[in-house]
Each structure stands twice: as structure tokens, then as C-alpha cells.
Design a protein around this ligand. Sequence first.
Ligand code: GLC
Ligand code: GLC
Length: 811
Amino acid sequence: MKFGHFDDAAREYVITNPRTPYPWINYLGNDDFFGLISHTAGGYAFCKDARFRRLTRYRYNNVPWDDGGRYFYIQDGDCVWSPGWKPVRTELDEYRCRHGMSYTIIRGVKNGIEAEALFFVPLGTWAEVHQLTLTNRSQVARAVRVFSLVEWCLWNAHDDLNNLQRNLSIGEVEIDGSAIYHKTEYRERRNHYAFYAVNAPLAGFDTDRDAFLGPYNGFDSPAAVMEGTPRNSEAHGWSPIASHCVALHLQPGEAKTLVFLLGYVENADDQKWDRPGVIHKANARALIERFATPASVAAAFQELRSFWDGLLSRYVLDSGDARLDRMVNVWNQYQCMVTFNLSRSASYFETGIGRGVGFRDSNQDVIGFVHQVPARARQRILELAATQLPDGSAYHQYQPLTKRGNSDIGGDFNDDPLWLIFSTAAYIKETGDFSILDEQVPFDNDERAARPHFEHLKRAFSHTVDNLGPHGLPLIGRADWNDCLNLNCFSTDPNESFQTTSNRAGRTAESVMIAGQFVLYGREFVELCRRSGREQEALEAQRHVDAMVASVLEHGWDGEWFLRAYDFFGNKVGSKENEEGRIFIESQGFCAMAGIGLGEGKVEQALDSVNRWLDSDVGLVLHQPAFTRYRLEYGEISSYPPGYKENAGVFCHNNPWIMIGETVLGRGDRAFEYYRKIAPAYLEDRSDVHRLEPYVYAQMVAGRDAARPGEAKNSWLTGTAAWNYYAITQFILGIRPGYDALEVNPCIPRTWNGFTVTRIFRGVTYHIEVRNPRHVSKGIRRVSLDGDPMSGNTIPMLDPGSEHRVMVELG
Ligand code: GLC
Ligand code: GLC
């Protein structure tokens, strides 16, 4: 069942039925100022940090879900309605929500009045524009009242939910013409306030929630709106809001546009006040002035659209399959930007109060994003490296506001450091900028301990070498990529977190996944050593990589697939000897990508086992059989009911590891089959089962052991975005940046006739045409550059600014 459709030309998803199975959301803003907005205008905004600088309030686990947001009420005589259907839920004559690239347009029509709201954050601006246009489509003159509503969050979104004994006393506002200022805690340690303004005179306003709603009403029936009379309330404590009331008269055919601005301002300490008790408003007024007219809004909106045109021009596919093209050209790239921006902090599944920027997560996000804005990728890589500890290990997360490692979340996830090599290599391949290796970067944010970035990679590499277990395989530590395989945890107390509770000391539990990761990224490290003139280091590193390959072959092979790990007691995990959890996906993926045992047929055997045991209609599940009871020696993984999350769910993040592994074998049919099973655009018709947005990946889809296989959870912020983009663009379509050139080496379904890609790489535009007349999956028969035959399939670097035609024939 479908609830809308893709508009490919506009790069929008158009929702036409507001009763989607779950809120289908979008993101506004790309740097500093962010908003989450659902298809019924729910959601919230924050600046820089979803926890510490939350502008508007959001209630998690609410009933009904997704109550609270940026609401407009239109009071038209006895009829009160909202353009986004919610919160009033008056049936609309027409409803439509367009989620586009960093903007959302919600339009409702009722009784001949059309209301269209455009929401976006202008580039480089700490504010959201909410532009509302009302048009009288009827034959008679009309008089309506428009009420706006946002509810302020008292900045610290965690305390806002918890510390009511304090919070209900501290709320403060100022009303100044048509602008409502939220200044809670500004009198003391804060140097920032927020405001919500409109470019029209007010018929009234409200800033006290209970006065506006009436103490027993919800957002769906505010007393002030139902009666058509704003209370002109001034909040003192309790729950401050901002609501404007604007009276509009519309002649037949007439349209009027109101520009609302939800903004955030920081003032220097000596410029906080105009006079005692009255905040300094010059910065806010300047911002309000900048967006005071529809013309200035239109210009800023055009700028945002051009920004996205630019970003999405760097990899443009024409495959003849609209679903694939819209994933590759638009939505997957868009999701990569969002995950890059927010790591795992704020979505409709991540509250924005618990998690900061993940070391492992954000390094992986870089691979899907680096071609868009390489300079930001560079900066992020260096910020992550700056939280690395001197022994090469890493804090698991850092706080976006301070950029410092978060000791509450701890460290010792032994896969973490290796991802830094991966992101750095991806950055250098995209840009050719080796200078990043010489950048001075602190350890643990201590400037005195700054060393060249290369040294960070070296310590990341050495951290694995220094932490090998009895089989010469890497110690797993608290966990590897699978946060829930907690082999040293032994938790019996339901009140403690698997992620942070103290672990049993021991140097036995080893991870075959990290071993594969070490081989794969260790080789990149060797290459970086070579290319930066460190021959000796390269030789030594290569020895460690070779030794790891030998250890995996000797102790990490189970006969038909790669083992997953050795547990605390030295028992095998992910072996045919086990009763449950016999085969896991992660080690098959990493050992296959690294080609361990390729020559002896082990990769083929492992991936055939994956196909046999882990494949399902809705994707590859994480392991089989699922754990049916809690296993103390495995930890959180066995705490989930079978089929969910890490307990044999389809964890979409690791499916692309297998896709890439299949391309190592040249099996393009299977690689693409796995791709389409989880790519959201292919699942649009199953939205009633899948439930989440058909334009972005979810982290997890319930696996075949679950009651409702195919039901997704945790959309948007997931490494799935970057990894699927990486798999489809670089390995299946096979257009892959290398250190000195662009390589073309597709691995596609045999039925395909070919495809074309325009790729802008280091300033050069390549129009690449891949032809497949012999219907093979992989293998290059001939290549030409601007019509001249070429040998090999690496396309030399050409003059920046130039355009070239590349023809690749498979066969
Ligand atoms: C979540 C985490 C990620 C982890 C994965 C598997 O997606 O964000 O860091 O690797 O779960 O446990
Ligand atoms: C839980 C989730 C996992 C996530 C972790 C970190 O363990 O299952 O996916 O990575 O929490 O918050």
C-alpha cells in the first residue's frame, strides 16, 4: 500500500495521505541549525547540539505519537483546521506534503481556502523560515484568523523532561511587536535566546501554554483558537510558548503571505542587555529584517536549491530503472548528508539527548558523504582523531558542542580506531589531498599532545597489533561493530547498561570481524605509508597484515564459513558447533571484502553459506539461528526477542558488506539482488508492512524470526546510508576513486544492457557509458577515452574543469 509517490524531477517525496503508518519525517538545515519535521508539521528545532541547545519541545513516547511541532491553526468561522491535518485533524478537502532536499512544503485546502507552508533553514543561518501563504479559492470575500504555535524547550532537552521542580519556575519571555522572545536562563549563564516572529501586525498573541490551550485541552483544540480570541498571555514559569494571531481578509482569488521566523541568537557577554531585564535584540532584529519579505525568502530558498543541485551533480546515474536512479541520485545521497550532520543524535528513534557523535559511526558516514563536501569531511575526520586516546583507542562518542570525548559512554570498542584509517583513506582517494596526514592533531583533545594525523592512524593500526588474543586474533574489548555482542560483560543486573557497565578483565575474547577489518584497512594503512615515503613502516605493517590473514585462516575458519569470535572462555562463537548463533554476517562480510582465503575458495564458500542461511525476502539477517534465551556470556545480543535488532534482525548496515563481497567474486546478480531487497524505493508498495519512510533506509527491518518480518524501525540515522551508497556506486556500478585515478570496474546483473554515470571527480567531469552487449556481470573488454582506445580501466587524471567521455564495454 502506498501513501504517496516520488516526484523525481523535483527531488521530492509527495505524501498524499496524512495517515501514514508512522510519522514520515524530513530534516531542515545543514550546518549548526537543524529541524526535524514530520509530514504533519510535527518535530522540533535545535542549534548545534540536540541536547544542550534545544529550541522547541518534543515529547517522546507520546500518545498520540508526534504531537507538538510547528503548528498553524486556521480559524474560519466555526471551522478550525490545520494545513498539515494535525493537530486539529479536521478532514481536509486536499492534503499534500512535499519532503524535498532540506525543505518541506505542506499544503491543505478547506472550504475554498488554501494554505501552503514552506519550511526551511536558509544556508548559513540560525533560523527556520516558515512561510505561510493563504489563498482564497472561493467566490466570496473571506475573513480568517491564523494562529501559530511553537512550544519552547528550556534548552537542555534532558533536564526539560526531568527536572520539573526547577523548570516550572524558570520560564521567561519578552514580547516585542510581532516577535516573541524566549529568554529562559538568559539572566544567568546563557548567552543565547530564541525568538519566533512574523512579518505582520498581530491581532493578539500568547506565550503561556495553559492560557492558550486551556488547562484540559490538547494541541488539537486550543481554547484561544476555538474561541478565536488570543489571551495576550505573558508566561512566568510553567510552559512558555509562542503563538501569534494574525487576522486576514482575502478577496476572491487573493493570496497573502506571512513569513514566520524561528531563530536563535548568541550575544557577547558584555552585549547581553539593552537595559536591565530587557534583552539586546539587534541581532535578532537584523535576522527578522533579512527575511521580512516573500522576495527575500524566495531568494534564500533558491540558494538552498542551487546548493543541492551542486551537491547532487557529482554522481548522476541513468540506469533506466527509476527506483535505482532515485536512490543513487537523490535520496541515498541526501540521507548520507543527514547522517553526516547528525551522527546518531536526533531522529524519531534517537532522542537527541542520549547520544553524541559516534567515533565508529561518523568515520563510516564519511564514506558516503566525502564526495559532496570534502572540506567538511576533512574537518570531521580531524575532530574525530582529536578525541583518540594516546594508546590508539578511542572514546566511543564525543559531544557536538564541546567536541570532547564523552567519558560517560566510555571506550574499548576495539573496532573503533580502525575506522579512522578507512575514513582518511576515503578522503584522500576522493581529493588526492595527502596533506591531511601532516595535520597536527591532539590526542584526547590535549593540544600539548598534538601529533601529525598520520601518527593517529599508526596508533589506530598498532592498537590492534598490541591487543591480540590467544589465537592471534584481535581482542574484542567491550564489543566490536556489533554493540550487542558483549563477550566480557556478564551482566545479571537489569538496571545496568550493557554498553557502559564494567566488564570482566580478561584477554581471551577475540573478534574475527575485527580481524577482517584489520586486514582490509591495514592494507590501506600500508598503502598510505608507501605513498608518504615511509617504506620501513609499510613493510612492517604488511607483516602484521599477513600474520592476521594467517591467523584467520588457521583459527577463524569453521569449515563452511568464517567464525564470528571466541568468547571469554575461548569457546567458538558463530560455529556449526553452536546450537544458536551458528553463522554471523559480520565476519563473512569483512573477510570477503578483504578477500581472505579467496584463492582457496573460502570467500565463495562463506558467501554461499550466507545465501543459504541468512537470506530472506526482506534482506539478510544478522545471524542464525536467533537466540531464544538470554545468554550471559554473549550479552545484549541475546536480550532482544528473536528477529529484532542485533538478534537476527535484518541489520541493513551490514548487508552491503555482503554485496561488496559478492562483487569481489564477480557475482553481480546476487550483489544487486541483496541491494534491491533493502533499498527503500523498491519497498514503496509495501509501506503498510514496512511502515517507515520509503525514501530513506532504516537501521533495522524485523527478520524472519519476528512476528512481522519486514517491519522497519529506526529510520534515517544509520551507517546503512553510507555503506549502501558506497556499495552501489563504487562496487556494483563500480566507479571508484583511487589514490591517483578514477577506476571503473562494474559488477552488475547480467540482464543489464549497461548504464551511464556522470561523475565529477577532483574537478573533472567524466561522462561514463558502460555497455554490456555480452550480458556478463564483470570484466572489461575495452575502454575508450574521448573516442581513443585505452588500456586498463583506470582513467588518468585530466585537467580540472575539463569534460571527457569514457566508454567501457564489458565482456
Ligand atoms: C547501531 C550503532 C552502531 C553499531 C550498530 C550495531 O547502529 O549506531 O555503532 O555498530 O548499532 O550494533
Ligand atoms: C543498543 C542497540 C544498538 C546500539 C546501542 C548503542 O545496544 O541495540 O544498535 O548501537 O544500543 O546505543
